[in-house]
Ligand binder design. Structure first.
Ligand code: ATP
Ligand code: MG
Ligand code: MG
Ligand code: MG
Length: 568
């Protein structure tokens, strides 16, 4: 690429409305331009980087055995009604109507679409396991789009969905994807950490997030200094202001302090903690005979004592509910926790153990209080005020090794074991070995392709601009030619080097814009090209090249052979 024929548009001024460094640098370098809140145009420069990330993701997914397809961005309402998510997904779902008044949404994720594809394409266990992925634009109507493409409304995601006959098989693919994600982020040159995570609105059982470590990250990660333990302590946040219905005395006590451990909450509510292997939900009827649910869900193996919970919720006869019953119940009565502004999420860490971190919502409605796990398909509005953290730096570690540290992270990937909930809701079955119809288990695996670009800058920059990791750089090398119009030999030497490097597979840009050296170097530093080679009258006369790595403090003079060694 010759810069004289490219569109590079950098600016000196630091944009006033950008809060974090990646947003500032992406605007200064002219990688993105804002169209409207959370909507960005990727300039030719920005797109080169985005495509690098996309390529790394695609190659690692292919190598891991996933199969690429492409699903539409617009998805029909009926599919979302089948899973109950048309109502439950909440405000992030952008709903649209066509000219016939038929309902659609702009896809924020694609479980429904892929399950629809699977139920028509898959008929036998022999076709399983299979893992389909696509790299497609998503839209989420984020409450607070910010930080440029970091939290955009329209963004590029790689999403993969696998189908299995058995739990073991799902577990194997989950591990396979977990490993592939590690390869993607390593290859992109990022410092990252995989952590235990909340399964959020997508729902499911096992879940890990991949975080790029950066101080500007919106998530807090608790990690052990002595082992591999790490978990997301997502900042639980207070919900939108509004009138709250009267809460019980116990509720009011829970409501005020913001830092709580499981024990604290349990003590305030007068309930005990009990260890059990599975998450439970309790179904019963209240004094008026209305069906009521209490969900006592935890990650790890702690669960709030369901007998006391049932009593507190005023349930008479009760029993453990099945997952299907709960899903159906939530679908039928999405407001079962009462008005949204009556619910305050409280982040709870059982035993201060990140391994057993539980996300509870304690809410009050006119029937009393409810305790619910957020990770059971409940959609809470994206909260406003960041403030609640439960684990404290320096606490002993959960597995007996080291102490707890807290780091900030940017979520760039997320893997889930979904189980059967989508396939079941959408009546997707395959024939198993015995010829019987079986509902397949699913896994889903997302990577924030466009977010990675911003996250990488958070980790790789200095006062002069971006310092791209090799794999993400728009070009590996820049040949900067000084005064090409004045000296034909200089122009020729630069041109020859430019051709030679590209022919050798080193993506090289020729800065032939004829700018002053200072302006040219400042641009190359701002846009973060890893290797810079200067061709000037002086170096041509000396038969050498002036070379500088983006992270080096000094330039050095090298002959052709020395230069080629540097460029790899
Ligand atoms: P977050 O917690 O940041 O809101 P999420 O958990 O809602 O993300 P997932 O549903 O797990 O996101 O989607 C998979 C990936 O898509 C995320 O790990 C993230 O990298 C990316 N992503 C999600 N929301 C956005 C967004 N608004 N802008 C850019 N990337 C996003
Ligand atoms: Mg989100
Ligand atoms: Mg998240
Ligand atoms: Mg996530």
């Amino acid at each position: 690429m010759r810069l004289s024929q490219f569109h590079l548009h950098t600016t000196k001024e630091t944009p006033a409305d950008a809060e974090i460094i990646s947003h500032k640098l992406m605007l200064k370098a002219g990688m993105i331009r804002k169209l409207a809140a959370g909507l960005y145009t990727w300039s030719p420069l920005g797109l080169r980087v985005l495509r690098k990330v996309e390529r790394a993701v695609r190659e690692e997914m292919d190598a891991a055995g996933a199969i690429e397809l492409l699903m539409p961005t617009i998805q029909p309402q009926e599919l979302w009604e089948e899973t109950g998510r048309w109502e439950k997904f909440g405000g992030q779902l952008l709903k649209i109507k066509d000219r016939k008044e038929a309902g659609y949404c702009y896809g924020p994720t694609a479980e429904e679409v892929i399950t629809d594809f699977a139920r028509s394409e898959l008929s036998s266990y022999k076709q399983l396991p299979v893992n389909f992925y696509n790299i497609q634009t998503k839209f989420r109507d984020e409450i607070r789009p910010r930080f440029g493409v970091m939290r955009a409304r329209e963004f590029l995601m790689k999403d993969a969905y696998s189908f299995h006959i058995s739990e073991e098989c799902l577990g194997r693919e989950y591990q396979n994807m977990y490993d592939a994600y590690g390869r993607v982020f390593t290859r992109l040159g990022l410092k990252f950490r995989a952590v235990f995570a909340d399964t959020g609105a997508i729902g499911g059982n096992a879940s890990h997030e991949f975080h790029v470590l950066a101080d500007s990250g919106e998530d807090a990660i608790a990690f052990s200094t002595g082992s591999d333990y790490a978990a997301n302590v997502e900042l639980a946040e207070a919900v939108a202001p509004g009138p709250r219905p009267a809460a019980s005395e116990a509720m009011r006590k829970v409501d005020t302090p913001t830092q709580k451990t499981c024990e604290d909450v349990a003590a305030l509510l007068g309930i005990g903690l009990e260890r059990t292997a599975k998450s439970v939900a309790i179904m019963g009827a209240d004094a008026e005979g209305n069906p009521q649910f209490v969900l006592a869900l935890v990650r790890g193996d702690h669960v709030v004592n369901e007998i006391k919970l049932a009593k507190l919720a005023g349930l008479g006869d009760y029993r453990l509910a099945t997952e299907a019953e709960i899903v159906e119940h939530l679908g039928a009565q999405p407001g079962f926790l009462g008005p949204v502004n009556a619910v305050r999420p409280i982040r709870v860490v059982a035993d201060r153990s990140v391994a057993a971190m539980a996300d509870f919502v304690v809410g009050a409605n006119e029937n009393g209080f409810h305790l619910a796990g957020v990770n059971w398909g409940r959609d809470l509005p994206e909260p406003e005020v960041a403030d609640i953290r439960n684990v404290v730096e320096g606490d002993p570690s959960p597995d007996g090794h080291g102490t707890l540290g807290i780091a900030r992270g940017i979520e760039v990937g997320h893997v889930f074991q979904l189980g059967r909930r989508y396939a079941e809701a959408m009546k997707c079955t395959v024939l198993d070995e015995t010829g019987k119809a079986a509902v397949p288990l699913m896994g889903c695996y997302g990577i924030g392709v466009s977010r990675i670009v911003a996250a990488a800058i958070e980790q790789n920059h200095d006062d002069n601009g971006i310092c791209w990791p090799e794999a993400m750089a728009p070009w590996q090398a820049a040949v900067c030619v000084i005064n090409p119009k004045k000296d034909a030999a200089v122009a020729e030497a630069a041109e020859a080097l430019y051709r030679e490097l590209n022919a050798a597979g080193i993506e090289t840009v020729l800065d032939d814009r004829g700018l002053r050296p200072g302006a040219m170097f400042a641009d190359m530093e701002l846009i973060g090209v890893p290797h810079r080679v200067v061709v000037s009258e002086r170096v041509v006369a000396a038969g050498s090249f002036e070379y500088r790595h983006r992270r080096a403090s000094e330039a050095e003079n090298l002959d052709r052979a020395g230069l080629r060694i540097k460029l790899g």
